[in-house]
Design a protein around this ligand. Sequence first.
Ligand SMILES: Nc1nc2c(c(=O)[nH]1)N[C@@H](CNc1ccc(C(=O)N[C@@H](CCC(=O)N[C@@H](CCC(=O)N[C@@H](CCC(=O)O)C(=O)O)C(=O)O)C(=O)O)cc1)CN2
Ligand SMILES: [Zn+2]
Length: 771
Amino acid sequence: MSAPAFPTGSILGYPRIGPRRELKKAVESFWAGKTTVDELEATAAELRASTRERLVALGLKADDSSIPEAFSFYDQVLDAAVTVGAIPTRFADLVAEDGTIDLAGYFTIARGAGQNTPAEMTKWFDSNYHYLVPEIGPETDFHLASDRLLRQVAEATTSGYTTRPVIVGPVTFLLLSKPSEGAPEGYQPLDRLDDLLPVYAELLAGLAAVGADWVQLDEPGLVSESIDVPRERVLAATKQAYELLSSVPIRPQIFVAAPYNSLGDALPVLDATAIEAIQLDLVRGSLPVGFSTTKTLVGGVIDGHNIWRGDLAGAFSTLESLLELSPSVAVTTSTSLFHVPHDVQDEPLLADQLKNWLAFADQKVGQVATLASGLIDGKAAIQGELDAASAALDDRHSAVGVRDGAVRERAAALTESDFTRGDYAARLAAQDAALGLPFLPTTTIGSFPQTGDIRKSRAAFAAGRISEDEYREAMRAEIRSVVELQEKIGIDVIVHGEPERNDMVQYFAENLDGFAVTQNGWVQSYGSRCTRPSILWGDVSRPSPITVEWSTYTQTLTPKPVKGMLTGPVTILAWSFVRDDQPLRDTANQVALALRDEIVDLEAAGIGIIQVDEPALRELLPLKKKDQADYLDWSVGSFRLATSGVGEATQIHTHLCYSEFGVVIDAIDKLDADVTSIEAARSKMEVVPDIQSSGFGRGIGPGVYDIHSPRVPSVDEVTQLIELALGSIPERQIWVNPDCGLKTRGYDETVESLTNVITATRAVREAHVHA
Ligand SMILES: Nc1nc2c(c(=O)[nH]1)N[C@@H](CNc1ccc(C(=O)N[C@@H](CCC(=O)N[C@@H](CCC(=O)N[C@@H](CCC(=O)O)C(=O)O)C(=O)O)C(=O)O)cc1)CN2
Ligand SMILES: [Zn+2]
């Protein structure tokens, strides 16, 4: 009997969180001790079962491996780590005698326990999804430590499905790992490939035994040029890995997926091994040139990372071009669908016209099924669907609001001077005179804990149970208490705490023209945390001031300077679903102009410090080097356009939070903000030497409190971090602040931590004044 062919229509992955965030709720309830592990497992199994059913209803086949077995309780990279036994040494106690780790142990690695810090979290390629970074060292004892994937495949088989198990591939797994603490100088996780591969081989054999015909190994690491391993090494590892895995005697057929961009020179390397099928991202990436193969090429022509219904006829032509490269072609998504919400039809408040332009995960499954029919029965068989999509696209291009004459005229009239502020030395002098801040000024990043009460008020307002006045008064009461708290602790620059914001991007989207927001469009950001990315569909403008009333109200409560708080243009784009019918540069400048008006209004209302957050600046950096300069040019430009409408005495802050500060330090410098706060506590000021060597000359607040953990930093710890910064950076430049906003923290630990930060700052001030 010949091996089953690769399914003509399939998807790389599907949202795991559930249409009503069932998984989030179940997991958080388990963490809170309100439900047992068995109850959690039962909810997860139900979710998997309903997903399989749904996918078949949407057009995938139950028995041809088109349904991915890609569930995760928290993160797919952590899943892979736990599968291959890559448990950091500090969590060795979680491993049972037989070498396995249970679900509670799995969550502990993700969330930390006591003094054991959780695994580091970082961005998954150019997305707003965060994975947990595996730690690999000479001590890592690779072995098959979890049979969860095998059990899930068996569970599907029992219910009559032949699904396709998905796991992060071995090369990407090691490329995304970091050396464990204490690993020798120069050590790279990839050094352990020889020891890791046998575990993957054993897994493949096991998957065959439980009935998997195909396995999907995700290798996006092969498309990225931002990984710190020489390309020749990556290619050699790819060759070694897939030669070995394809030589496993009894195994499922191997499907390697390469989402997020082109494989480039890794494609011929994969092709030279005995794997059976390769996915190409043909949305971000392009058709390979001068390449042909006898393997199955699986065209990722349906965008897994955005929500447009798009050009279906164009996607079908791309598949036809692929047929010139291989006799065997199938259709899939460009990436897993876990970047998009479940279902457009589950959005009763969205306008029908807009809905007709959109495809969420369920609609994309339908599109894949359509294109698969086209591949099987010929284009004529799907002409009706192709035409309907083209008509929707035409409607979108010509719809009212997509192009706004006034917005376009304003953008066209911009000149260089709209992107520049005055000389920094003059700004510094004017700001010192205006603000009179102490040595080592202290502040926070903006948000204070988003309590259940705040969210309940907002839900009550949305449901019409309380009036707008009542809602505003509830938020003002929250602001009063946050201001009082900051004054009591002794913080110099006061924030209002952002209680009125459901999310730092969605809030602005709700108040700008050109955006739509969803009710149920939740997308996983990390673990159980989700966001509802807004839909930027038309030209952007600001109908009226957004934050001015909140900031000026806050300023009436305190004689100290209040810092206005906005989200920057790049981050608004990065965390929304953005129109794809014009260059991002143009869209970013429209958002920047709207923010510029807000900033000028804040200044006119007497707010002397304004922070414009750009935590996603690094995230959108293209994976291919050739695209990076253009990106950095427009992204930095849009920030400058937003912030250069104010006078010299107004202090512009920005905030960024990720650990790879060094990569974009030149761009951060070019933002020309007066003060920049960054994440630095968890890495113990690792970035400080980069700042020093770059000659960065303006204000800088390297975080001294890791807000991603409920742990309270001690006064000593904070003192040491401040001293570390003072050791390398001129003291007049240094600000003291946490790593990021406090919205995910509880009040108890927040108060204790901030108190320690201020106590430490005062001690360091004393020591330096007397020195
Ligand atoms: N968009 C975005 N991306 C980001 C970040 C960010 O802040 N925003 N931060 C970084 C880390 N990522 C994060 C992503 C999400 C959350 C987060 O806390 N999300 C919340 C939801 C926030 C939200 O939208 N809240 C809404 C809706 C809250 C809600 O669930 N309401 C209940 C009802 C209210 C109740 O009874 O509790 C419901 O709808 O069922 C609000 O406050 O209005 C969560 O998952 O729990 C934090 C960090 C990077 N990327
Ligand atoms: Zn942040």
